[in-house]
Ligand binder design. Structure first.
Ligand code: B12
Length: 217
């Protein structure tokens, strides 16, 4: 379990853009045997949500927010085990919706797939829906995972689901992210029953385990 003092030391280091201190704190946690998922959620996610609140309240500037994002993004990649070179398991494409610039959540989701033995294609932020077709045809993934954070993009999420439901009706789709309201999830369940809403990393891992366990998968 992450101690509160560790979280606050990390947040303070992030707020003064002290990349090396942030890295030292994280590496110490890993050396102490702290699970990487705990670091993703209880340090990175928690700190970035806090940074968002501080930015909203005018307590920090957009520049500080940008630097914090870059530090966390760098740390996520540098501590993640990565996909094994010989991975032969299932594959996933992980993307953000069109005009969605929040990419850290999708990045973590991509690493969670890899930790569970999946091969991944992480497409990052702002992926144009129409351009996804050819890529999906070529890669033929077992799952498409979509991340959605900024509520104004909900039409683009629906457009993407429409494209997928028409062109890849058999492709299992999961989606998640902060902007998934109960109302939107209900609407998607009615219009796009192939899309499964997953609202936490724990539930994502449960999904991945049951998916792997399916006969013939
Ligand atoms: C960093 C940041 C930015 C950066 C993003 C850079 C980048 N490379 O990602 C920049 C500067 C680009 C940005 C821009 C904007 N932002 Co901003 N941003 C943030 C901030 C501070 C952190 C986001 C983050 O990285 N969180 C950490 C990650 C790890 O957490 P997460 O996203 O929740 O992801 C986890 C889960 O949700 C889940 N998950 C996510 N996706 C998926 C997908 C699946 C399949 C599954 C299973 C799970 C899952 O798992 C993840 C890992 O645990 C948030 C604050 C916040 N509350 O998050 C605001 C925030 C998201 N931004 C906000 C806003 C308003 C904006 C702007 C409109 C600002 C502006 N006026 O320009 C623009 C919109 C840009 C756009 N079109 O997308 C609002 C959104 C409000 C809303 N209701 O939609 C927030 C909440 C800030 C606030 N408090 O108001 N932002």
């Amino acid at each position: 379990m992450i101690k509160e003092s560790v979280y606050f030391s990390f947040l303070n280091a992030l707020l003064i853009s002290d990349k090396h201190r942030c890295a030292a704190i994280i590496h110490e946690q890993l050396e102490n045997g702290i699970n990487i998922r705990e670091i993703y959620i209880n340090i990175f996610q928690r700190a970035m949500h806090r940074i968002g609140k501080m930015w909203e309240q005018g307590k920090i500037s957009i520049i500080e927010e940008h630097v914090a994002t870059e530090i966390v993004s760098w740390l996520i990649d540098s501590i993640s085990p990565g996909e094994p070179i010989t991975a032969a398991g299932q594959s996933a494409v992980i993307t953000c919706v069109d005009k969605e610039f929040h990419s850290l959540g999708a990045r973590i989701v991509s690493h969670i797939f890899e930790i569970n033995g999946w091969r991944t294609e992480y497409l990052g932020a702002n992926t144009p829906s129409r351009k996804l077709n050819n890529f999906l045809k070529r890669k033929n993934p077992d799952v498409l995972a979509i991340s959605f954070t900024f509520y104004m993009n909900y039409i683009r999420l629906l457009q993407l689901l429409q494209v997928i439901s028409e062109q890849f009706p058999q492709l299992p789709v999961i989606y998640g992210g902060q902007a998934c309201t109960a109302e939107l999830v209900t609407r998607i369940a009615a219009d796009y029953p192939m899309a499964i809403y997953i609202n936490s990393i724990e539930d994502l891992e449960l999904f991945l385990r049951s998916f792997t366990a399916k006969p013939g998968a």
